[in-house]
Ligand binder design. Structure first.
Ligand code: E4P
Length: 222
């Protein structure tokens, strides 16, 4: 399973990239607005992210009509070869997706909350479908059940669309996504670091180092 970082924060992205932990990035207008503020152009932020990470970088349109989505998406795609244009799962978004595919522009269809929506995105030629598991859990629906359904449906018909598990809130979401066989999980930096942590690792390491300290100093060389 691939890991994407769900962030537009360049320092978070550099850290995850330096650690060799991520294969790509997803951004959204909320994440970009948080880092761009008044000083930075969101396009400059996206271009910098594309220089740091060679994998797919999702950049979302903010238009709501097909034609405007096409204009914005084509501009975003010019920023770098690794841009994946993100469109919302609306009728206009699906129409734009189909057109982008015919222009060889990869598309991530986002804000997916049902298997029926995911089926339509695959038929429209999406490279990625982004079901939001955390936001479903928030309204007392089982987000991971949706991932199971989409993985099964895509498998039934050999759709090449990759299932990109989004709105990930904790490490259990990531493990469940991997058990189901999702292609990608996009995780916030906090969850990425939580994945590494285990109290028994910390306790075990502290014990090993304390035992090592008991050796005479001259012998503490490996
Ligand atoms: C995915 O592409 C979205 O940016 C993201 O996962 C949304 O997560 P949230 O529900 O935590 O905002």
């Amino acid at each position: 399973m691939k890991f994407f970082l769900d962030s537009a924060d360049v320092s978070e992205i550099r850290r995850a990239m330096d650690a060799g932990l991520i294969d790509g990035i997803t951004t959204n207008p909320s994440l970009l607005a948080k880092v761009a503020g008044t000083d930075h152009d969101p396009r400059d932020v996206l271009a910098e992210i594309c220089r740091i990470v060679p994998g797919p970088i999702s950049a979302e349109v903010v238009a709501t009509t097909r034609d405007e989505m096409l204009r914005e998406g084509r501009d975003l795609a010019k920023l770098a070869d690794n841009i994946v244009v993100k469109v919302p799962l609306t009728e206009a978004g699906l129409m734009a997706c189909r057109q982008f595919r015919s222009e060889d522009i990869r598309v991530n269809v986002t804000l997916c909350f049902s298997a029926a929506q995911a089926l339509l995105a695959a038929k429209a030629g999406a490279s990625y479908i982004s079901p939001f598991v955390g936001r479903l859990d928030d309204i007392a629906q089982d987000g991971m059940e949706l991932i199971e359904q989409i993985v099964q449906i895509y498998g039934n018909y050999d759709f090449p669309t990759e299932v990109l598990v989004a709105s990930v809130r904790h490490p259990v979401h990531v493990v469940q996504a991997a058990l189901i066989g999702a292609d990608v999980a996009t995780v916030p930096a906090k969850v990425l670091h939580q994945l590494m942590q285990h109290p028994l690792t910390d306790k075990g390491l502290a014990a090993f180092l304390a035992d090592w300290e008991k050796l005479p100093e001259a012998k503490r060389v490996i």
